[in-house]
Design a protein around this ligand. Structure first.
Ligand code: NAP
Length: 248
């Protein structure tokens, strides 16, 4: 059964990693996929072709999620190209890890702007469309780190915890219009973001996972599929941990 047949979806940051996994799973389920990237043009165009090969409409857009203006322009273009928006996935994110003692102001600001302010930018930009149709699902890619904190990631943890507060508030504001908003808190998912970590840190994460493995982008994408589709029609304001049991 295709769970998203004919639905129009925007995913931020889908040129690689988790976003790419979501785009692939959603297209397999019949969704038309508009997605963004920051600098990886060639992989984004390759993904566009791959998704079109699955028989859906797909388009890659270069857009900086941290920019309010670019987010507004992006949504306007997607509405023109796709004719509507049913699902927004705020996935774009970065890390700039350091102990607080050594963290510069620029690294704090960049992580907050790209990970958290972007969620405000994109949610504002799609809000009117979702309100008019009295239906929509917004999914915010938080992290277990936003729930439990992590040494060396004060900026990242603050951005991901902020996303949870934002998610719950949007769920309360827009629930009466049948617009749902949920967050996903992935644990250790093997992508380029985690490739940057040293082997000792990676082993530490793996040891702490009851399922004894890192997750895949597809593991996260399947949780997104549930939250985007009518399978979760009565679920809003929640944080779904996709972490192999890490926070148990
Ligand atoms: P990734 O492999 O580093 O991919 C990040 C994606 O975000 C890329 O497509 C990148 O585009 C895009 N991006 C970065 N800055 C952007 C900007 N300013 N505007 C638009 N797009 C931007 O990361 P990932 O591991 O897939 O993570 C995806 C999300 O899941 C992030 O929010 C991350 O915090 C969250 N998460 C990841 C893990 C994990 O273990 N991997 C765990 C918990 C949460 P370019 O390719 O063009 O740079």
């Amino acid at each position: 059964m295709k769970l998203l047949e004919g639905k129009n979806v925007i995913i931020t940051g889908a040129s690689r990693g988790i976003g790419k996994g979501i785009a692939q799973v959603f297209a397999e389920h019949g969704a038309n996929v508009a997605f963004t990237y920051s600098s990886s043009e060639a992989p984004a165009l390759e993904l566009e072709k791959e998704l079109e090969g699955l028989g859906v409409k797909a388009k890659a857009y270069k857009s900086n999620a941290a920019s309010f203006g670019e987010s507004e322009d992006l949504v306007a273009k997607v509405l023109e190209d796709f004719g509507g928006i049913d699902v927004l996935i705020n996935n774009a994110g970065i890390t700039k890890d350091n102990l607080l003692m050594r963290m510069g102001e620029d690294d704090f600001d960049a992580v907050i702007e790209i990970n958290l302010k972007s969620v405000f930018n994109m949610t504002k930009a799609v809000q009117r469309t979702l309100l008019k149709q009295r239906k929509g699902s917004i999914i915010n890619m938080s992290s277990v780190v936003g729930v439990k904190g992590n040494a060396g990631q004060t900026n990242y943890a603050a951005s991901k915890a902020g996303m949870i507060g934002f998610t719950k508030s949007v769920a309360l504001e827009l629930g009466s219009r049948n617009i749902r908003c949920n967050a996903i808190a992935p644990g250790f998912i093997e992508t380029e973001m985690t490739d940057k970590l040293d082997e000792k840190t990676v082993q530490g994460w793996r040891d702490a996972i009851p399922l004894k493995r890192g997750g895949s982008p597809e593991d996260v994408a399947n949780a997104c599929l549930f939250l985007a589709s009518d399978m979760s029609a009565y679920v809003t304001g929640q944080v779904l941990n996709v972490d192999g049991g890490m926070l148990t």
